[in-house]
Design a protein. Structure first.
Length: 280
């Protein structure tokens, strides 16, 4: 496997798992280093009870769970407080907050900024908060709204003493990520960025995930690289993408890029073992 140039390397990596897949793993510490950041997704029809159980299992196995909270599924501030209090009890140190795809909010919250502004997270001592970043835009929100949202999160971080970070949607085009980071930094962003990358995955499955997630532009870029096409017939390997981004993580680059976040479309254990080999 190719390795990083000493001049540039992401500080760390993280990965995510669904509560359903977590039930297939007897012990995370048998193949993951202690304190590995593992996001716990909150997909439609996933019960809060299953998310809590996954977080508890990860903590028991020595991991650093990062549960997702979806703003549009939270009924009210009391509902949010119950969720966050449970995570505080489990000694969760950070969460990822997303708006969610639900068109009609279940209550008064419709965005991650709404949840952050409630003050509930600080009340329970959780000040490390992740929010979504979109290098390729989003089918659900305009470009201006995305820019305004990043501005608002920078303001919330500075005014409330919160450690807010951006975690991006997965992307296949290194230059697009680099250009997006520079554009939002030029507009005043200082929030650290965890760059979303799809782990090793069968190409057909990855195309389906990409279409659902709205990352078509860089998917087209990937497929057009004809010299790689034969390699892509069966599977996708993110190594070249990550190594192309690596210099942007060096202090000399002066960017907000901090780490890599893996989307485990090809399976959690397979992706985790790939990441550990790459970063060893």
């Amino acid at each position: 496997m190719k390795t990083f140039d000493p001049k540039g390397k992401p500080k760390s990596w993280s990965i995510e798992i669904t509560p359903k897949e977590s039930k297939t793993i007897s012990c995370f510490s048998t193949f993951l280093d202690c304190d590995t950041k593992v996001n716990v997704t909150n997909l439609p029809k996933t019960s809060v009870t299953d998310i809590f159980a996954t977080v508890e299992k990860l903590k028991h196995d020595g991991m650093n769970p990062v549960p997702h909270i979806t703003a549009r599924t939270v009924i009210d501030e009391d509902d949010l407080a119950r969720i966050v209090e449970k995570y505080a009890t489990l000694e969760v140190s950070e969460v990822l907050i997303i708006a969610g795809n639900k068109f009609q909010p279940a209550g008064s919250f419709s965005s991650s900024s709404d949840l952050i502004s409630s003050g509930v997270f600080e009340h329970f001592g959780i000040i490390n908060l992740g929010v979504a970043g979109h290098p390729e835009g989003s089918p659900d929100i305009t470009q201006q709204q995305l820019e305004d949202a990043i501005d608002q999160k920078n303001h919330l971080a500075a005014s409330r003493g919160l450690n807010i970070f951006l975690e991006t949607q997965f992307c296949f085009d290194a230059q697009r990520i680099i250009d997006w980071e520079k554009a939002i930094r030029d507009r005043g962003n200082s929030l650290p960025i965890r760059v979303g990358v799809a782990g090793p995955t069968k190409l057909l499955s990855l195309i389906n995930f990409a279409i659902k997630a709205g990352v078509g532009p860089s998917l087209k870029f990937l497929i057009k690289e004809r010299d790689k096409l034969t390699k892509l017939v069966h599977s996708y390997d993110p190594t070249d993408l990550i190594l192309s981004l690596a210099p942007q993580f060096s202090p000399e680059a002066n960017t907000c890029l901090e780490s890599i976040h893996f989307y485990a479309f090809g399976g959690f254990r397979k992706t985790a073992e790939y990441a550990q080999e790459l970063f060893k």
